[in-house]
Design a protein around this ligand. Structure first.
Ligand code: WT7
Length: 648
């Protein structure tokens, strides 16, 4: 934690959409009279039928219901494309930077985007997709991913993107979870110079399909691919059969726009549901104000569209604002650790948004990779996904930003649709490691962890919750409203609970201290420890498994797995590798345990509950504070675990 404060420069403030006074005014207005405030700011999107009701929210457990602009109608794709055609039809909407730096980048204008999306919409219709149907998108970072999202939005279909790094099993579970009848994928795709066979994964995911799920395939690599006996279609062939006339469907503000699966502390991933109107207002407003986006700027968010960050800040927010958004197919270290900065120079990027894990990884490669590029077009730097350590913050600030670009550390979640706590760069002085102050309309509270009482003093420490709704909030868990309520509204009654710990300092700045539930944050990606455990115990040689996070220099948190083998099975390095490969195959590479420790026994209470607190401490190398172990059924297992702790 650092006490240093970094105010924005006078020049920056002078040109910013929001300065300190305006932030105070907007914030006060949004809290004092949310109805009036959002009646006005809801107009930032174009409505087909204007709303007359602004907000209708109940956070009461058992009765949770969240509605914004509920009688308005609109079309999200029309807001992201059609309404810009008259004023900026020839402006670039999407800059696409391919994996190979030698391959040509593409500039897609709003007019071209319109044509591509309308045609893709008609293809979807020809394949039988109707309003309300679910479409799974399993694509690499190519423009077709944005076309597919917007085509769904245009015809009122609900998309569910599955990150292309997920395994066939994980993909299959998500296809079934939302009962999708169409999957959009690519033949295979390069990333960091390596090919992923996406269509093969889809084939495997659909091996036992009983729903006749269709598959629409984008030709990206031209590689030979296996075709199923029926139900597979090339996009380029289907495009030849359609014209580019596709009127946007009139959607209700509260119709679902997309489902995005995310990990929780228990069970299988849940389908987070975002709806049309409130989500778009939130994505657009946060994009404009948090990044101080101005017309003509080139905005680059390095996330993948498989995560919410890509939804809100590559596609929906920027395009709703008529921005130029950059989409990058590759990885930060290919062909070398200068790639991000090469792309910034090449496309004259003005706002750059990435994750602390990437910053730490690049920081470790030395400053030369940054310094050989001209980064003078960058005005704002952003981070997201996990707390940023002051060392990485300072490097980002000095080496990348030359001490001249405000850093916005944006705290939010898949569930929140967009930023919740973040500096507005012209308004709020930053402190390295703090997400600073709430965005306009957001009412964070710090609750006492045990009692749930709201702490009213400025300085506070406990768990982070929200007192009231904001337009971008998720509305439900797909097909399971009870789970929605139980996850977010049960433990602390009357509040939305984030699952994060938090400290508020004497200046009212918020410092997120990390998850307080069984969710870990690996390279800015959320992972449920329960998911990794169930993958491990699905292996025939594993009797029991317990997974916790531990501090990892680059990833933030690494995955530490304690594994008890079936009687008769011998621990070995081969078996360790086998289990790693097994989890990769069950979930995906991001879930692969970093360390596996063989555990003859796990610390359990007499009632059989695994004491994760102890496992976390051992993984963290923090034996001094194991706490009371006397309630364990067999306290001696702890000594064995400590003795055989795996070194990092
Ligand atoms: C969790 C949400 C929001 C898109 C990326 C991750 C952690 C996120 C920050 C930040 C500290 C952060 C929280 C949160 N987190 N941003 N700026 N500072 N922690 O989305 O997968 O839904 O994960 O990421 O723990 O609850 P997600």
């Amino acid at each position: 934690m650092s006490d240093k404060i970094y105010p924005p420069s006078k020049e920056f403030v002078a040109g910013a959409h929001v300065d300190a006074d305006r932030y105070e005014d907007l914030y006060a207005a949004s809290i004092n009279d949310p109805e009036a405030f959002w009646a006005e700011h809801g107009k930032r999107v174009d409505w087909m039928k204007p709303f007359t009701k602004v907000k209708n929210v109940d956070f009461t457990f058992g009765n949770v219901s969240i509605k914004w602009f509920e009688d308005g109608t609109l079309n999200v794709a029309a807001n992201c494309i059609d309404r810009h055609l008259e004023t900026r039809g020839d402006q670039t909407a999407i800059i696409w930077e391919p994996d190979e730096p030698g391959d040509a980048a593409r500039h897609i204008t709003y007019r071209e985007l319109h044509e591509n999306v309308c045609k893709m919409s008609n293809v979807l219709k020809n394949l039988g997709v109707k309003k309300g149907d679910r479409v799974v998108i399993y694509l690499p970072m190519i423009p077709e991913a944005a076309y597919a999202m917007l085509a769904c939005a245009r015809i009122g279909a609900i998309h569910s993107i599955v990150f292309a790094g997920f395994s066939p099993d994980a993909l299959g579970a998500r296809i079934n979870g939302c009962d999708a009848r169409l999957v959009i994928t690519a033949d295979s795709a390069p990333r960091g110079g390596r090919m992923t066979k996406l269509k093969d994964n889809v084939n495997q995911a659909l091996l036992h399909d009983v729903n006749d799920v269709k598959c629409l395939v984008v030709q990206r690599s031209g590689d030979q691919i296996a075709w199923r006996s029926e139900g597979d279609y090339w996009l380029h062939e289907e495009l030849e059969k359609v014209d580019s006339d596709c009127p946007p469907e009139e959607m209700n503000a509260e119709d679902p726009l997309f489902i995005l699966y995310t990990s929780g502390s228990t069970g299988q991933p849940k389908g987070v549901v975002h709806t049309q109107g409130g989500y778009l207002v939130w994505a657009a407003m946060t994009h404009e104000l948090t990044f101080d986006y101005h017309r003509g700027d080139v905005f680059w968010c390095t996330a993948d569209v498989g995560w919410v960050t890509g939804h809100s800040y590559i596609v929906y927010g920027p395009l709703a604002n008529g921005a130029t958004t950059l989409m990058f197919e590759g990885v930060p270290t290919y062909p070398d650790a200068g790639r991000f900065w090469a792309v910034c120079e090449k496309h004259k990027v003005n706002q750059f948004y990435t994750a602390p894990t990437a910053i730490r990884a690049l920081m470790g490669q030395g400053n030369d990779f940054v310094e050989k590029y001209d980064l003078s077009d960058i005005k704002v730097l952003g981070t997201v996904g996990e707390p940023i350590n002051p060392e990485a913050w300072n490097w980002y600030n000095e080496v990348v930003g030359k001490g001249n670009c405000p850093i916005v550390d944006t705290f939010w979640q898949t569930e929140t649709g967009g930023h919740l706590i973040t500096p507005l760069p012209g308004a709020i002085a930053t402190k390295p490691g703090s997400a600073t102050k709430p965005f306009i309309g957001v009412q964070p509270v710090v609750l006492e962890t045990e009692s749930g009482k709201e702490i009213t003093t400025t300085e506070a420490s406990g768990v982070l919750a929200l007192k009231d709704s904001w337009p971008g909030q998720m509305r439900t868990v797909w097909g399971d409203h009870d789970r929605f309520q139980a996850t977010y509204f049960q433990q602390y009654k009357g509040y939305y609970f984030t699952g994060d710990g938090c400290r508020r300092d004497a200046d009212g700045y918020y410092w997120i201290t990390g998850r307080v539930d069984d969710v870990i944050n690996v390279s800015g990606h959320r992972m449920g420890t329960a998911e990794v455990e169930s993958a491990l115990v699905a292996h025939s040689k594993v009797a029991e498994a317990a997974v916790v996070g531990y501090p990892h220099d680059i990833k933030g948190q690494g995955i530490y797995a304690y594994v008890t083998l079936m009687t008769g099975e011998e621990p070995s390095d081969e078996l360790r590798k086998e289990l790693e490969a097994w989890v990769r195959a069950e979930i995906g590479p991001i879930a692969k345990p970093d360390l596996i420790q063989w555990a003859p026994g796990l610390p359990k209470t007499r009632s059989g509950k695994i004491m994760r607190r102890i496992l976390r401490k051992i993984a963290e190398n923090d034996y001094g504070s194991l706490g009371d172990t006397s309630t364990l059924a067999d306290p001696s297992v702890v000594d064995d675990l400590i003795e055989n702790r795996r070194n990092r």
